[in-house]
Design a protein around this ligand. Structure first.
Ligand code: SAM
Length: 292
């Protein structure tokens, strides 16, 4: 395959799938991008330069990988579908700066991989047309993983993109919104219509750019903070008090501890978690932790 011919365009994508006797697999969220303008936009939004080491999630037949490989120093792409990995051996054969790894991204130890595959102090960017069925677990994994990244540019369902910057007190405001807020600032970079894909998804899509931020309130253990946040949102219609008692225990000593932490954090026990900001939940975590 010549370097000058793009892998992606509506007829070429289908021809490659036919050549290998493949169909897009729903169970792996396979919706292949066939619009080269969208692919170029994604690479531009991520601002990929020859200094960058890129992690791609789900390369598929290599349409986005190829565009990344033309600009980046190295691309490390994780693909779950063995049949796609075989296609990629051919479609990306000319790009010696691409390494495809046949693995479920949710099972990858990214910091370990980065230290094995990238130079120390590498400028790391993450780019993907995400499999929509696991957008939230992937974003959660990426953000909680302990490595430095410059930006994350990902295509996702528009409805999920809206949750990232959801207003406090709305139905869309929740654990995902707070996870994003703790680690990053999210910008909706562009919308993408369903006919940019083969097969066309039944939902609207959007490209989102995340840039890292310092958290509004630093805590000593981010995982524990998010355990508390998940417990607080466990039953959205229940009060914070009821959710906390359910999580921590109904005995008098535990109840007194929760009560004094709420008082210290100046939070009304009757409120619902969806009315609380990240800063308030962080202060609650700090107060609860101090009581232990
Ligand atoms: C929406 S398609 C994107 C394909 C290609 N990047 C494109 O833009 O045309 C999602 C890709 O992610 C792969 N995938 C799905 N689940 C995965 C997982 N858990 N780990 C790694 N790759 C996964 C699918 O097989 C598919 O190739």
């Amino acid at each position: 395959m010549s370097k000058n011919i793009d892998i992606a365009n509506p007829t070429r994508t289908q021809a490659i799938l036919n050549q290998y006797g493949l169909h897009a697999k729903k169970k792996f969220g396979q919706n292949f991008l066939t619009d080269v303008n969208v692919l170029h936009d994604i690479v531009d939004i991520a601002d990929i330069t020859s200094e960058d080491y890129v992690i791609e999630i789900g390369p598929g037949i290599g349409a986005l990988t190829e565009q990344l490989a033309r600009k980046a120093k190295k691309v490390l792409a994780f693909e779950i579908d063995e049949q796609m990995v075989k296609v990629l051996d051919d479609t990306l054969a000319q790009y010696d700066n691409v390494r495809v790894i046949h693995q479920d991204i949710l099972k990858v130890n990214l910091p370990e991989m980065i230290s094995q595959e990238f130079e120390p102090e590498a400028s790391v960017k993450i780019v993907a047309n995400l499999p929509y069925y696991i957008t939230t677990p992937i974003l959660t994994q990426l953000l909680h993983a302990d490595f430095k990244w410059q930006n994350i540019v990902v295509m996702m369902q528009k409805e999920v993109a809206d949750r990232l910057n959801a207003e406090i007190g709305t139905k869309a405001y929740g654990v995902l919104t707070l996870t994003i807020q703790y680690f990053a600032q999210a910008h909706l970079a562009r919308k993408v219509s369903a006919n940019a894909f083969n097969p066309a998804p039944n939902v609207d899509s959007a490209v989102v750019k995340l840039v890292p931020v310092k958290p509004v309130v630093e805590v000593d253990n981010v995982d524990k903070l998010f355990t508390l946040i998940k417990q607080s949102f466990a039953h959205r219609r229940k009060s914070l008090w009821n959710n906390l008692v359910q999580a921590y225990g109904k005995d008098d000593r535990t109840k007194t501890n929760i009560q004094s932490a709420l008082l210290k954090a100046e939070i009304d026990p009757g409120i619902r978690a969806e009315k609380l900001s990240l800063a308030e939940l962080s202060h609650l975590y700090i107060a609860l932790h101090a009581n232990k």
